[in-house]
Design a protein around this ligand. Structure first.
Ligand code: HEC
Length: 100
């Protein structure tokens, strides 16, 4: 019985992780892709001074660093504090790290 419960909570954790990931992808498409492109290499953002989000300099940042940029903004990018919840910002930051 104990094993079954442990297995079920593991499955629930994995499901929650997948859902956060999917939410990050949706918010990215809705709020970021118009500048950064679906693949992170969007011409709009790179013309305005952003590195491609696939760049090692961005991929090397921690999720917390990326979340801070999303929240506070950077240069010509306005922050998303108040437009996205902290959880949404974390999920999008996690999604950015999956861009290749
Ligand atoms: C209005 C267009 C625009 C939107 C929308 C936008 N960004 Fe940006 N973003 C930029 C620009 C321009 C920069 C470069 C800022 C600078 O360094 O001057 C940037 C920088 C970044 C960086 C750091 C990259 C670097 O060069 O240091 C990350 C990470 C990032 N954006 C993620 C996001 C995410 C995630 C979203 C959606 C929540 C988003 N951006 C929405 C324009 C945008």
């Amino acid at each position: 019985m104990k094993k079954l419960v442990a297995g079920m909570s593991l499955a629930a954790m994995m499901l929650a992780g997948t859902m956060a990931f999917a939410a990050g992808a949706d918010d990215y498409k809705a709020k970021c892709a118009m500048c950064h492109g679906a693949d992170g290499k969007g011409a709009m953002a790179t013309k305005m001074g952003s590195k491609p989000l696939t760049d090692p300099a961005v991929q090397g940042m921690s999720d917390a660093d990326i979340a801070k940029i999303i929240s506070d903004g950077k240069g010509k990018m306005t922050g998303f504090k108040g437009k996205l919840s902290d959880d949404q910002i974390k999920a999008v930051a996690g999604y950015v790290k999956t861009l290749k």
